[in-house]
Write a protein that binds this ligand. Structure first.
Ligand code: A3P
Length: 300
């Protein structure tokens, strides 16, 4: 089917990916009209994989925090304001948004589109794409919690069951997840200068090394002087969940689709799924993941 109704919201399939009906035209407009600049950076992810964190880190790497962070861009705008979604914000508002109005240089964008759909207008462009992926079971629990916070109600078991069910069928906004992740995984193997593949769990386990890796990829490596003066630690501190979620802008701000910024910050832990999924649910997800990622060389 090319259209399906999911919990009251219409999903449409385009180039193998499911989109909310309201975002589909924006994806098509992006493909038709977007003109990349060589210096553009695109932060990409499957929803709930650590997008907000990666956006903040990217901004902080390009605008290195000095001693006081009062005037840092992350204190006056949210990561989602600074790194706007192509399909959910920019092209959702206009088929030809005025991208000269963006405040950042280089231009920063984000997306949940799979790589083949994103790449259409980027042919021959040297712009850089950074992707973050996360343990699928944590992604699903995070989505469940996010949805209930969005609707301002208790997280109900039945919602979690239906998220797991639709995930396993591959009918999921921005999914199937495996196609989304594998498109970037393959892209990073084929074109490592232009596509960087990161994992949420690696960022949690060895944040210092991962941020250095990201800086190298973005062609803004740390100088020895910066390393000695604690610049990496400053960036990690600025972008930590506790710091970001306590900034006024993220506590009170309202995002592009009228969402309260604070709902993008919750626990930020690895393996929180163990507190919520039943063994049956976890086994079912594992089976699907095993089948879909088999032979890809990716351990997820
Ligand atoms: P949990 O719901 O597991 O806590 P996204 O940004 O893609 O929407 O993903 C949201 C998930 O990333 C949430 O996970 C959220 O708590 C976590 N997150 C947000 N900011 C973070 C940060 N600075 N550091 C670590 N995790 C963060």
């Amino acid at each position: 089917p090319s259209d399906i109704n999911m919990q009251g919201k219409k999903l449409c399939n385009y180039q193998g990916c499911w989109y909310y009906y309201k975002n589909l035209q924006a994806v098509i407009d992006y493909q038709k009209h977007f003109k990349p600049l060589d210096t553009d950076i695109i932060v990409s992810s499957y929803p709930k994989s650590g997008t907000t964190w990666l956006k903040a880190l990217t901004v902080a790497l390009l605008h290195r925090p000095k001693d006081g962070i009062q005037s840092h861009p992350l204190t006056s705008d949210s990561p989602h304001g600074l790194v706007p979604f192509l399909e959910a914000k920019l092209y959702a508002r206009s088929s030809t948004p005025d991208l000269t109005k963006l405040s950042s240089s280089p231009r920063l964008f984000s997306t949940h589109m799979p790589l083949h759909t994103l790449r259409e207008p980027l042919k021959d462009s040297p712009c850089k794409i950074v992707y973050i992926c996360r343990n699928v079971k944590d992604v699903l629990v995070s989505e469940w919690q996010f949805r209930s916070r969005m609707e301002n109600k208790e997280a109900e078991r039945s919602t979690l069951e239906s998220i797991v069910e639709s995930f396993c069928k591959g009918v999921h906004a921005c999914g199937p997840l495996w196609d989304n992740v594998l498109s970037y995984w393959k892209g990073s193997l084929e074109d490592p200068k232009h596509v960087l593949f990161m994992r949420y769990e690696d960022l949690k386990e060895e944040p210092y090394a991962q941020v250095m890796r990201l800086a190298d990829f973005l062609d803004c490596p740390f100088t020895q002087e910066e390393i000695h003066s604690g610049s990496v630690e400053k960036i990690l501190g600025l972008c930590s969940l506790s710091n970001l979620s306590n900034l006024d802008i993220n506590k009170t701000g309202i995002s592009w689709n009228n969402l309260d910024h604070s709902i993008f910050f919750r626990k930020g832990e690895v393996d929180d799924w163990k507190n919520h999924l039943t063994i049956e649910m976890a086994n079912k997800i594992d089976m699907v993941i095993h089948e879909k990622f088999q032979g890809s060389g990716l351990k997820i």
